[in-house]
Structure formats: C-alpha cells, structure tokens
Design a protein. Structure first.
Length: 557
C-alpha cells in the first residue's frame, strides 16, 4: 500500500490522513523499511525535560507493572531519553528494534512511529501495526503525544506502546494524561520569571513578523525571528532597551550595525522589566518610520573616488585613523601618507603628497588653532579644484574630535568635507560585540580565546571613556594574565566585574553595595557564606543584590 503512494493520492480512504501524511514525509526522507538506526547518543540526565518527566515515568512504571506496555520519552529531536517497561521480558524485543535510550526515533530516521510522528504533527497520534513505516515495528501499537514547554515550544514526546493484540482505545487518552503531568512538572520547575516571560511570549509566538520577547535573564524568539538572534543578541538588546528613556518615547526604534531595524516597547503588565522587539529586514519599503532620538551607529560607507575630501569625526581613541584608512582602501589600495596636524611642516607635506597623486590622511585636526584654519581651507579647496578639473583622483582624509575643535574649524569641515561620524562607545554599545571579536583576533591571531556571555555583558555595561583604545588595552591586559580559553566575568578587571548602576546611589547605598561585593569576593561567590559575613539572611542578600545591581558569576540579580 505504501508503494502506491507515489502518484496515487487516494490512500487516505484506507488509512487515516495523519498516517498518509507521515508516510509521504517518510518517503521524502528516504527512510528504510527494514533497518533501524544503529548509533546511540548520550542522554543528559540533567536536561530539564528528563528531570521533569522522571517522577511521572516512575509513577506510571509502577502502575504498568506486569502489563505488556512500555513507556518511551523522546527529546525534541526524536531521540529516546527514557524507557520504562511493564513486563521485564519486553526488554530484548525492544532492544532488537533499538527502542532504547539514546536511539533516534524521529520520522527522518524511523519513518512513521508514535514518538516521531507526534513531534512532526505537533498533536497526539495513534500508530498501529502496519501503519508503522518500518516493517520491524509492525507488531506494535504506539499512542504518543508531544510534550509542550511553558513557552509553547515542543520539547519532546511521550508514547505508550505494546503488542497489536493488546491495543486499547484508552491508550491515547492515557498517554495524553501522562504528557500533561510532565508539562505540569515542567511549569513547576521553571523559575517564576522564566514562566512569566513564556506567558508573555505566547501572545507573539504566532506573529508573522520576526519577534522576540526579552527580560533580564532570557530571550524567546518565534520561528521568523530565529535568523535574527545569536549569542550576542540578548545582551545587546537588553542594554539598548534598559538604556532607553521610555518617559519621552514609548517605542524604541533603532538600526543595528547589520542594517536590520528593530522596534521595541515594554510589556506593561509585568512587575519586572520585559520587552517585545520586532525585527525589520532592510528591504525597500519594509522599514518602520523612526521616531526615537537614538542616533544611528557608524556605517562604514565606502568612499567614492568623487569625494575629494572625507572627514572622520569621533572622540579621541575611537579608532578614527582605522576608519579613515578603511575608507581610502576602496581606491587604489596604495598606502596613504599619514600626517599629524600641527606638527612642523605638516601643511607642506600634505600638499606635496597630494601633488604626487597619493592619498593623504591628516590626523587630529582638533589640535589646530583658529589661525591654522585658513591654511587648511586653502589646502582643501586647492585639492577639490584639482579633482573637479580631472587633474587628480586621490583623496584627502581628515580626522577630528569636533567636540574639542575650534568653532571656525568645525564650520569649515561641515562646509567642504564628506563627513563620517564615529559615535562614542557609550552611545553605541551594539558595536561592542563585533569590536571585541575583531580585537581578540588581532591580539590572538590563533583564535584561542573567546568571551563568555557574562564577560561580554560586563563590557556592554561599561562606559568606555577611553573608547576603542581603552577596549584594546583592556583585552590585551586580560590576555596577558594567562586566562583560560573562555574568558569569564571573573577574569576581567574589578571595575568591569561590578559596573556602577545606571541610577545614582545614595552614600548609604554605595557603602552597602561595596560591602556586599567585598563579602562575595571573600566568600568566593558563595551567597550563603557572604550573607553570614554580612550578618543578614540569604533572602535579604538576594533582594539587596537585585536592588543594587550586584552581579556574581554572570548572573544579574
């Protein structure tokens, strides 16, 4: 009958539609009908699903004793993670078809079967006898149901199976009851804040827009949102959302360095901060109208060779020279002349290099006084005229910290130069993950080190008054300290491990926060021991750590 599926759509008159759909999927996966998976994987006894299901399975194992029934639990990939037998002599028969811990019973591997088909369909199923795609399972009947986490995602499936001759109409109802008991335990072992996040997420999971729901600890994404998230996304979004002034703007709209625009707003019915964020592809006509005053990050726009004069404006230490060199590299690729403004002969040198057809970078224009502005203007206008006449095609690049420059110089640069702005790191924290990765590769070309999320979060919370220079020196110092391959928060300097809270603390709060940090350091992070040192209860310590934003082992409290 299965052989007739191809080109004969009327099989649904013979078997249930759910079985027909599963058979068609099995054919598309080219599943064998007479072989079983021969490789077992490891089972994690600490996995949340296993821990929640274990007491339920043990309870039903006692009730199923001396019956020909077997309970199987699979993870979301269809791998069996637990098996409980009614009659002990069932073990050898189930082992023959590899219905045992560690083996794959997904539809992709075993074809139509209770565990795998319940996962594929996302609903309870009954697969009896020859309805199994694999002939080796045709002597069995399996009732199965998916196990759903509090957030609505399918995390596994559970099945009750036995010989075809012992099939009962109650099997499916009983399996659903077992699945519901496991789901109840999953909810019970979920932290209240995670459960609250999951309940908030349920409102948006079916949105067609790429969407995530974020709180301090976690991020949940719907299926369209998955391509937009990675290890850094939660940390970057959390810093952007908590740093936004919600009293002035009830929506945050922001363009990330990737060109993707986000639109975020708080979820108002929660005691702890929680936000929903939508992602918008940078396709034409698909971006929302920005209303936030959050400035855009630096976009390294390739300099057109028609731009005779380009300006890179940013604070000292922000990597202005590097950006200027990147802009010039779009042209001939030849090494430009780099000249420091204000040094003896700087103006003459710049003119000579331009006359020879070379690109030139003049650095640190903020050092020029009002009396030098006229000379710079003459250099810029002469070069612009030469480019306009077709006598030159090279570029004059300038760098400046306009916040420290003379007003006349700022006016000149705005009038003549094509301007590229580097925002301070404190205002563009979304750049930090990429900068950290680039600097780690620069400082450790063999790629032996990476940053743990807890360490990256600490770096996102720092203000970086020394800009890129301070970031580079910090990472160089950390690597020089002989740290392990994964750099954690505890490996960072003290001022990064415990950044000051955003709100200004009172003198009493500051002293209390310092005392808590010292006690935790003395207790090597053990909160019970730290509470004893402080002479307070553990619950009080947790509450004050949360209120004063003290962080330990990467956990924000």
């Amino acid at each position: 009958m299965r052989a007739g599926l191809i080109g004969h759509p009327g099989v649904g008159d013979v078997v249930p539609e759910v079985i027909e759909r599963s058979w068609r999927r099995s054919i598309s996966h080219r599943v064998s009908t007479d072989r079983v998976a021969d490789q077992a994987g490891e089972v994690d006894p600490e996995a949340a699903l296993f821990r929640a299901a274990l007491p339920v399975l043990e309870h039903w194992e006692r009730h199923l004793a001396d019956t020909p029934m077997t309970l199987l639990l699979s993870d979301r990939a269809g791998r069996i993670v637990a098996r409980r037998l009614g009659e002990r002599d069932l073990r050898s028969r189930l082992d023959q078809v590899h219905a045992a811990e560690g083996f794959d019973f997904s539809e992709e591997t075993m074809g139509t079967n209770g565990l795998g088909t319940a996962l594929a369909e996302g609903r309870p199923v009954l697969v009896s006898g020859s309805q199994h795609y694999n002939d080796l399972l045709s002597s069995l009947t399996c009732a199965a149901t998916p196990v759903v986490a509090p957030g609505g995602s399918v995390v596994g499936s559970v099945s009750l199976g036995g010989p075809v001759k012992d099939t009962s109409s109650l099997m499916l109802s009983l399996t659903q009851e077992i699945g519901q008991q496991i789901e109840q335990r999953l909810r019970a072992q979920t932290r209240p804040e995670d459960l609250a996040l999951a309940l908030s997420f349920m409102r948006y999971k079916n949105s067609r827009r790429p969407t995530v729901v974020v709180d301090r600890h976690s991020l949940m994404a719907n299926t369209p949102g998955l391509p937009f998230v990675n290890v850094d996304t939660h940390l970057v979004l959390w810093e952007l959302l908590t740093g936004h002034d919600w009293r002035r703007h009830d929506t945050l709209e922001f363009t990330l360095p990737t060109g993707v625009t986000i639109s975020g707003r708080p979820i108002g019915d929660t005691t702890e901060p929680r936000y929903v964020v939508h992602f918008f592809d940078p396709g034409p006509g698909d971006l929302p109208q920005a209303t936030s005053e959050v400035p855009l990050p630096l976009v390294k726009v390739a300099s057109s060779r028609r731009d005779a004069v380009v300006l890179v404006d940013g604070p000292s230490g922000s990597g202005r020279l590097g950006v200027a060199l990147d802009l010039l590299a779009v042209g001939t690729g030849a090494e430009p002349a780099v000249i420091v403004a204000g040094m003896p002969g700087w103006l003459t040198q710049a003119g000579e290099h331009l006359a020879r057809g070379e690109d030139v970078v003049v650095r640190r224009l903020e050092a020029l006084g009002p009396g030098d502005v006229a000379d710079l203007e003459r250099l810029m206008l002469d070069h612009t005229s030469a480019v306009d006449r077709g006598e030159s095609s090279n570029v004059l690049a300038l760098t400046v910290a306009s916040a420290r420059a003379a007003a006349s110089l700022t006016e000149l640069l705005e009038r003549i130069a094509t301007r590229h702005v580097i925002r301070p790191l404190a205002e563009s924290r979304e750049r930090i993950p990429t900068l950290v990765r680039d600097l780690l590769l620069e400082l450790d070309p063999e790629g032996r080190h990476s940053l743990a999320p807890s360490a990256l979060q600490a770096m996102l919370q720092h203000h970086w008054p020394g800009e890129l220079r301070e970031l580079r020196l910090t990472l160089a110092g950390v690597l020089g300290g002989g740290v392990p391959p994964v750099i954690e928060r505890k490996h960072l300097p003290a001022h990064l491990r415990n950044p000051a809270p955003r709100r200004r603390l009172t003198l009493m709060e500051t002293a209390e926060r310092d005392a808590i940090i010292r006690a935790l350091e003395m207790a090597d992070g053990n909160k019970s021991a730290a509470a004893e040192l402080l002479g307070i209860g553990r619950t009080t310590l947790y509450r004050r750590m949360r209120q004063l934003h003290v962080e330990v082992d990467g956990e924000t409290l």
